[in-house]
Design a protein around this ligand. Sequence first.
Ligand code: 5RP
Length: 225
Amino acid sequence: MFNSEEIKKRVGAYAADYVQPGMTIGIGTGSTVYWLLQELGNRIQQGLQFRAVPTSRQTQTLATELGITIADINNIEELALTIDGADEIDGSLQLIKGGGGALLQEKIVAAASKQLIIIADETKMVSQLGQFPLPVEVIPFGWKQVSKKIQQLGCREVVLRQKNGETFISDHGHYILDCHFSAIPHASTVNQQLHDIPGVVETGLFINMADMAICGYADGRIITS
Ligand code: 5RP
């Protein structure tokens, strides 16, 4: 049986096969993507050439260290594919993302991609979204007002994200509200309702964006869906 880190490593390595020479790709953020990056770094040593648009400062730093050529999204017509992690994946490939706080840039990069491939371990597969607190990126001004409006949508608790005892600030200077819904049966509607609240920059609901999920299991299986 494989432990959680081993599963992520295997899934990351598996996903690296989708990166073909000459492609310009998007690269997500998180502990599963970390292993994808390590594998891509190995393949660069073996001669693979590609360019990547990172979805966070964290990914940009690691990608650069590994010798990956960074591309500017503004100079690209379309990305061939993006490979990213997720916090929850339902049976229709609807996602909750943003556990690492990079949801805004992740969504922009995913939207610019022909294909979005999600890599995850089995714990991320759910029958219904919402057990994982939904990250919502907001501007700092008036965040408590935004929080009240989110509760009026049926969210039982809204928590301002903290890191190391301080308010977490996203790469783009925003706050993250972690929204405890318990269940999100109508994800598309909730996504729209959240976007209608002034002050909301982006939500962690990725609706009809993912094309494929590569899921690793403790028993060694890797299943694509
Ligand atoms: C970051 C994300 C990540 O993709 C998500 O949190 C999954 O990360 P991990 O692979 O570490 O579980 O959305 O904003």
